[in-house]
Write a protein that binds this ligand. Structure first.
Ligand code: G6P
Length: 370
């Protein structure tokens, strides 16, 4: 009933609003706010072990796979270890080149997803150390891995993952800082800057959530009955475009695709006309200018642009009436911040369409069979 949803209409909405707390729970006790040093004794990897890895495999399904895609950018940039990201159902059956110099990390809300579990079992057999990033205490993956980073997001009821995803991002950023600290691939000063960025993001999300919800509610009047959507982004915004499209498909049953902005010209641009809504994530980051030219190409083809961008970037208003502004944060935190309006967009559209938001047809919270 309403009571267990704390007054929210759906668990999904409640869980979206629990995200600031989920981030705080994930990072608390693991990062020193004075120095930015991260401690993760639960993964049982000391400096020597970390130095011995020449590659990391990230293995996951669904929304957790999107978290892995973001982590690849972070780990390669700050810890200088090559990362391969695999969908677990592919990983488990392909010819893996894995040995004891490879670290395998599974990412799973439930810790029970059959493909991901089979993937880490194979990696272990081949001599890899296995760490799991998981939300459910005592789940199978946490029992089989050599170490676990619990996300501590609390129980997630909505089938479409929201707060578990956000806490996976927080855990993966902590993990990146831990590796970078042990390897000293970035200066102590930079690690403190990054640590502070992570500590501060929960407060920003908390402050912005109510306003974002209102902005999105107003925006969807013109879009809730569309048949298709495209989501585009570059760099750290690319996986969030994938996640935005997945969320919309899952709960509203609207066909949606996520694309890397630079790939538009290789196919999806053929779909753009005055009927097609395109959500473009365009924070002021290091690829901003490139993203802007992609958005201008969409505009030239009369696509119906919805822009998620940085407060004060008035140029965006010249391109469309439909701009959702987000405050400027440390650019590594943009994936966390830009996920919020993407979740709210799907939620409000699905809710308006009268969909069963918390239990969409044909989907399961945890897929424990192949
Ligand atoms: C199912 C859920 C998704 C989830 C995926 C992976 O498809 O509906 O929300 O992202 O499984 O689940 P996991 O528990 O491994 O993160």
């Amino acid at each position: 009933g309403m009571a267990e949803k704390a007054g929210y209409k759906h668990f999904m909405l409640k869980e979206i609003f629990e995200q600031p707390q989920a981030i705080t729970n994930t990072i608390s006790g693991r990062i020193n706010p004075e120095t930015g040093e991260v401690d993760l004794p639960e993964i049982n990897l000391d400096r020597e072990a970390i130095e011995s890895f020449d590659r990391i495999f990230l293995v996951a399904c669904g929304t957790s796979w999107h978290a892995a895609l973001i982590a690849k950018y972070w780990i390669e940039k700050f810890a200088h270890i090559p990362v391969e990201v695999d969908i677990a159902s592919e990983f488990r059956y392909r010819n893996l080149l894995i040995n004891e110099r490879v670290l395998t990390v599974s990412i799973s809300q439930s810790g029970e997803t059959a493909d991901t579990l089979a993937g880490i079992r194979r990696a272990k057999e081949m001599g890899s150390k296995v760490v799991t990033i998981c939300n459910v205490v005592g789940s199978t993956m946490t029992r089989e891995a050599d170490g676990t980073i619990y996300t501590h997001a609390g129980p997630e009821i909505g089938v479409a993952s929201t707060k578990a995803f956000i806490s996976q991002l927080a855990a993966l950023f902590l993990f990146t800082l831990y590796l970078a600290g042990k390897k000293e691939t970035v200066s102590a000063e930079k690690r403190l800057e990054l640590g502070k960025a992570l500590i501060n993001i929960a407060g920003v999300v908390d402050r912005e959530l109510p306003r974002l919800r209102t902005d999105i509610e107003n925006l969807i009047d013109d879009f809730w009955d569309c048949r298709d959507f495209l989501f585009v982004g570059r760099g750290l915004s690319f996986p969030i475009a994938l996640e935005g499209a997945l969320k919309l498909k899952e709960i509203s049953y609207i066909h949606a695709e996520g694309y890397a902005s630079g790939e538009l010209k290789h196919g999806p641009i053929a779909l753009i006309d005055k009927e097609m809504p395109i959500v473009a994530l365009i924070p002021r980051d290091e690829v901003y200018q490139k993203s802007l030219s992609n958005v201008e190409e969409i505009k030239a083809r009369k696509g119906r642009l919805i822009l998620f961008g940085t407060e004060g970037d008035t140029h965006l208003e010249k391109l469309t009436d439909d701009v959702i502004y987000l405050p400027e944060v440390h650019e590594e935190m943009n994936p966390i911040l830009y996920t919020i309006p993407a979740q709210l967009l799907s939620y409000e559209i699905a809710s308006r369409r009268g969909c069963d938001v918390d239990q969409p047809r044909n989907l399961a919270k945890s897929v424990t069979v192949e």
